[in-house]
Design a protein around this ligand. Structure first.
Ligand code: ZN
Length: 350
């Protein structure tokens, strides 16, 4: 048997449980002994049992979708990974056959299944996953951090859609993925990074990671501030990680003509935007969902090998797996960057 973290009731909370270790692998599947997992905003929604999760989640379910681990068993047709490989994983299982998958757009596959949401997830001692989903780390990153490559991939996808090198960039929202977005923009050699955030803990983290201007919209008029510091022109690229309706509505004023707006945040309400701004400013708008497959993972690989990312800054808490409530608590209080849960006391890689 293996330890798992479950959603058992249609109510707030998670439960500790046990399930049989998966035994039977399909030909393309791999069994992973999980080293670390990280808590996503999605997991928090499911824990808190908000409106979204009430509509989407069918308990009982093993939760979690961000994980790292060691390959301990492989199916009969597996060729990409071998036993002993240290891996991280894409959380979207795609069909590989639909119109989108066949045209290199697997991130919008019409049959996407998300682990820990549509099927049992990774908050478990073992995880069964198709080999196509795996990323093999060869950069010697501490495996504790490898679980965060999946959300890092969201940040990479959002930041790198527009070429930010030598450009002025505005990051809206410095939650865990926004903080990674700042770090990715720095690693991508953005000229100046502006960031907006209201939470003092996260304002400090954004500064520590290296944002040049961190604006608190509760204290400062963001539009005036940006105009003042950009010769009245605005920034080249806006990247939204917040899903804040007002902030994204105003993005169409923050951005300079010909600029781009990349949006990862999901909205609870409709936006009221004058689309003549899009037309006459010649703007580009991009919606970010998941990670480009395989392009984003290749970009992650390049970033890891460059050693430019500051995992020790945007991962702020590491707790033992059994103490997951501590992680949920700091996240619910907004007093965290990324939170990781470790399943192994000591990581032996050989
Ligand atoms: Zn598909």
């Amino acid at each position: 048997m293996m330890k798992v973290i479950l959603k058992t009731e249609r109510a707030k909370g998670f439960t500790r449980g046990e399930k049989p270790i998966p035994r039977n692998l399909e030909a393309n599947e791999v069994l992973i002994k999980v080293i670390s997992v990280s808590i996503c905003g999605t997991d928090l929604h499911i824990y808190n049992w908000d409106a979204w999760s009430q509509n989407r989640i069918n308990p009982p379910l093993t939760v979690g979708h961000e994980f790292s681990g060691k390959v301990v068993k492989i199916g009969s047709n597996v060729s990409k990974v071998k036993i002993g490989d240290i891996v991280s994983s894409e959380s979207h299982i795609i069909c590989g056959k639909c119109e989108y998958c066949l045209t290199g757009n697997g991130h919008i596959c019409e049959k996407t299944k998300v682990i820990g949401v549509d099927m049992d997830g990774a908050f478990a001692e073992y995880m069964k996953i198709p080999e196509e989903n795996l990323y093999i780390d060869t950069s010697n990153l501490d495996p504790t951090y490898l679980s965060v490559l999946e959300p890092l991939g969201n940040a990479v996808h959002a930041v790198k859609h527009f070429d930010v090198k030598d450009k002025d960039v505005l990051i809206i929202g410095c939650g865990p993925i926004g903080l990674m977005g700042i770090d990715v923009a720095i690693a991508s050699e953005a000229k100046r990074i502006f960031a907006t955030e209201v939470n003092p803990y996260r304002i400090n983290l954004a500064k520590e990671i290296g944002a040049h201007h961190v604006i608190n919209p509760k204290e400062v008029n963001t539009l005036e501030y940006i105009k003042k510091h950009t010769n009245n022109k605005g920034v080249d690229v806006v990247i939204d990680f917040s899903g804040n309706v007002g902030a994204v509505e105003e993005s169409f004023d923050y951005v300079k003509p010909g600029g781009g707006i990349s949006i990862l945040g999901a909205f609870n309400n409709k936006l009221n935007v004058d689309f003549n701004k899009v037309v006459f400013k010649g703007l580009h708008i991009y919606g970010v969902t998941g990670r480009l497959l395989p392009k984003t993972w290749q970009q992650i690989d390049e970033l890891l090998k460059s050693k430019k990312l500051q995992f020790d800054k945007f991962v702020t808490h590491v707790f033992p797996f059994d103490e997951f409530e501590k992680g949920i608590k700091v996240m619910n209080e907004g007093k965290s960057g990324k939170v990781v849960l470790k399943l192994w006391k000591k990581i032996v890689l050989s």
